[in-house]
Design a binder for this molecule. Structure first.
Ligand code: ADP
Ligand code: MG
Length: 243
């Protein structure tokens, strides 16, 4: 397995081979993913698109160690996730930033406290000025003047920018975003993904973004297309399919 990653020219961050996934048991067992194969390299921005129910969220949550992989091979940051223990998944999740459709901020915490929370999970920040780091991150997403606001006093786009600051504050190696612009108007949606793109390029982070939003496809280095639980095309063909 070690040899394989050297054989690939670029540094592989996510490597998926013959991945299948099932929900339910017995007669209710239903296959959601079929023989998925996908390689994602360091620093790439990948957009995954396809109809509702095609398996995008299932695949994204598997890649994020948010659910256990059942069959096939799923290597994230050189670690096999298929058959991994809860403990291994927990430690993997520290290297991943998540951004969801709804911002998922803690409503009883301010913008700064929400960002702080993600830093507190990492030992390396414990002897640093976490408040200053959180404020700095909020400044980078253009919210330096909103650090003490609670989510209810922020617009949809501002909340999603706090979510980006929270996801990227600890410099994760991978950012997974599931329809991050779905609840935003055109302009805010565009701003939010451009911000993700900029920060990720600065940090050398890899992004996998699920979206239905045709207006943001151009930020991707590569587009992959899912249909009925299968990855039906990868690259230029996929871009043609969604236009
Ligand atoms: P997408 O994100 O592309 O809309 P999903 O990954 O959410 O698709 O769903 C893929 C398929 O798996 C759908 O048929 C969906 O009904 C099914 N599914 C998703 N989550 C579950 C679950 N927790 N239990 C049972 N079936 C599920
Ligand atoms: Mg989904």
């Amino acid at each position: 397995m070690q040899l394989e990653s050297h054989q690939l020219g670029e540094e592989s961050v996510i490597s998926i081979q013959d991945l299948n996934h099932y929900f339910g048991e017995g007669a209710l067992r239903k296959q959601a993913l079929f023989d998925i194969n996908l390689e994602i390299n360091k620093g790439e921005i990948i957009i995954m698109t396809g109809p509702s129910g095609s398996g995008k969220t299932t695949l994204l949550t598997l890649m994020g160690g948010l659910r256990s992989a059942q069959s096939g091979s799923l290597r994230i940051l050189e670690q096999e996730i298929c058959g991994a223990s809860k403990k291994q998944l927990t430690s993997l999740r520290r290297n991943i930033g998540y951004i969801f459709q709804a911002h998922n901020l803690m409503t009883f915490l301010t913008a700064k406290e929400n960002v702080r929370m993600s830093l507190e999970l990492h030992d390396k920040y414990l002897d640093q000025d976490i408040d200053a780091l959180a404020v700095n991150m909020l400044e980078m997403v253009g919210l330096g003047n909103r650090v003490d606001y609670y989510p209810e006093s922020l617009s949809g786009g501002q909340k999603q920018r706090v979510a980006i600051a929270r996801a990227l504050a600890s410099h994760p190696k991978i950012v997974l975003a599931d329809e991050p612009t779905a609840a935003l108007d055109k302009k805010s949606g565009r701003d939010v993904v451009e911000l993700m793109q900029k920060l990720a390029k600065e940090q050398g982070c890899t992004i996998l973004l699920v979206t239905h939003d045709n207006r943001i496809l151009d930020i991707a280095d590569r587009i992959v297309y899912m249909e009925d639980g299968k990855l039906v095309s990868d690259g230029i063909d996929a871009a043609a399919k969604v236009k």
